[in-house]
Ligand binder design. Structure first.
Ligand code: CA
Length: 221
């Protein structure tokens, strides 16, 4: 789950990136509006978290411009606690949700997860394929009732594939959803994660097929 965070308060932003990464998101941090407008459509972000008070631009204008050019990515705005007009204005300009500062990072994560589930048309927090169960709230995976020990990137790859059961996910797309700008990704990094997942899904989990020249697909039960 690739997330774009636009926040100019460096200290706050660093803390947010750490907690969001721990919650399973691959986060790109931008600190000004110009970069946000340039990059918001370039990667397959599952959501955008947008601070309204940015140094070069009003976040509300960024929001309007993204929506005007057809961006459908869920957007959660960050506002000051007493700025009720900003919150109303933001929602009316196309934001999907807001958080007032200061906020509890856990609530932010929950709200983002809810936005993403709704936008992807999978409101149930739990993904299931046969005996494989992915609880997206606790980020716990069960196979045949037992917890599977999966690393962060393995979880991200599996979550993306399980979100599209029986469909081919292109390699480039999968990589773009799982890694952020700062990840040093080698060409075969994905293959390594897929290989580990295949081993861990033995013997009763669904197969992950390689579709030559196209990408990967998790089989439905
Ligand atoms: Ca700010």
């Amino acid at each position: 789950m690739r997330l774009l965070l636009v926040e100019d308060d460096e200290r706050l932003a660093r803390g947010m990136v750490a907690s969001l990464e721990a919650a399973g998101f691959a986060v790109d941090l931008l600190t000004n509006g110009e970069d946000a407008l340039r990059l918001a459509d370039q990667e397959p972000y599952c959501a955008i978290v947008l601070d309204l008070g940015l140094p070069d631009m009003d976040g509300l204008d960024i929001l309007s411009r993204l929506r005007a050019r057809g961006a459908t990515t869920p957007i959660l705005i960050l506002t000051a606690r007493d700025m009720v007009d900003d919150r109303i204005d933001g929602l009316d300009r196309g934001a999907d949700d807001y958080m007032a500062k200061p906020f509890d990072p856990r609530e932010l994560e929950s709200r983002i997860r809810a936005l993403v589930r709704r936008s992807q048309g999978t409101p149930d927090p739990v993904l299931r394929i046969g005996k494989l169960v992915f609880d997206r709230s606790s980020r716990t995976v069960y196979l045949d009732g037992a917890v599977l020990d999966l690393r962060r990137r393995e979880l991200a790859v599996l979550e993306t594939l399980m979100g599209r059961p029986g469909k081919v996910v292109a390699k480039e797309r999968l990589a773009a959803e799982v890694f952020n700008f700062d990840d040093a990704v080698t060409p075969n990094a994905l293959e390594v994660y897929i290989g580990r997942l295949r081993r861990k899904l033995q013997p009763s989990g669904p197969a992950i097929r390689t579709i030559r020249g196209l990408g990967y697909m998790i089989e439905t039960a």
